[in-house]
Design a protein around this ligand. Structure first.
Ligand code: F6R
Length: 269
């Protein structure tokens, strides 16, 4: 696990965008896994700027989002499809037909969505770069604590803590779904590379669990310790509870020197 600690959330977005661009340089037809939420907003904004400047193009790439609420009316502005359109898809040159979320059509059995989504990811050749945020409780996607580390895309019940964290996005009289369809932890672990972003002190405990805690279903992000190629981008506040911080800084400097000499890390694939 590569842990990169940067000054602030802007630096996290700029650094994250550079890694997405590096992937696109090596593989313009890359398959991305995208996340929603507050954290990746600045990353998406930065990537949209880079696209407008002609520095990057998503025209040949495909995407699969981590999760989608279950039970929202079609075209709800609260859906993760609507979020992705607003924050990213409508601002870049990605083909809308190549963007996927685990959506359940009205009247469809939600239990069928997961296996179908997994098959679509497989048919696309698997995810090259998965972008993740992390919940205060250590969730990735909507894999809440106690989720099986072997889980696949499926319906999940959200915890009261997650409902509360996300309630800021719903008006008082608005229906807030308690269920979602999320990629499973095993699905996420199959991505070839993973880029997790975390900013702000409210994430510090979850980040410590992810990086330095035991691998446990009670902190689903800790499963990433078993993945070969994970980069964790943190601002100072999110890194505040890491015990081995000095070592991560040292290792990052050494790795950067190697990459400057031998080329960036995507080139090895
Ligand atoms: C979003 C997702 C979630 C968020 C997490 C952090 O698609 O799957 O795991 O990444 O809840 O959310 P923010 O960034 O809003 O703190």
């Amino acid at each position: 696990m590569e842990v990169v600690i940067l000054k602030d959330a802007d630096d996290v977005a700029v650094h994250g965008a550079a890694l997405v661009e590096a992937m696109l340089r090596v593989k313009p037809q890359a398959v991305f896994g995208f996340a929603t939420g507050g954290t990746p907003r600045a990353l998406y904004r930065r990537l949209a700027e880079r696209q407008r400047a002609g520095e990057v193009s998503f025209s040949r790439s495909t995407s699969f989002n981590l999760d989608e609420y279950l039970g929202l009316p079609p075209d709800s502005p609260q859906s993760y499809r609507a979020y992705m359109r607003r924050e990213f898809f409508d601002r870049v040159d990605i083909d809308p037909a190549a963007t996927h979320l685990p959506e359940c059509a009205p009247g469809e059995d939600p239990q069928r969505v997961g296996p179908r989504y997994e098959a679509m990811i497989r048919e696309a050749g698997g995810i090259d770069l998965q972008i993740l945020g992390i919940g205060h409780n250590g969730h990735i996607g909507f894999n809440e604590p106690s989720s099986s580390l072997a889980s696949r895309t499926r319906v999940k019940t959200l915890t009261p803590r997650t409902l509360e964290a996300n309630s800021r996005l719903f008006d008082d009289d608005e229906f807030q779904p308690r269920l979602a369809i999320t990629m499973g932890i095993a699905t996420i672990m199959e991505a070839r590379r993973i880029l997790l972003l975390a900013t702000g002190e409210a994430k510090a405990a979850a980040v410590a669990g992810l990086v330095e805690g035991p691998v446990t279903a009670m902190c689903p992000a800790s499963a990433l310790q078993l993945h070969e190629r994970v980069t964790v981008l943190l601002d100072e506040a999110a890194a505040a509870k890491l015990r081995h911080r000095a070592y991560y800084d040292l290792a990052y400097r050494e790795n950067r020197a190697l990459k400057e000499r031998f080329g960036d890390f995507y080139a090895a694939d």
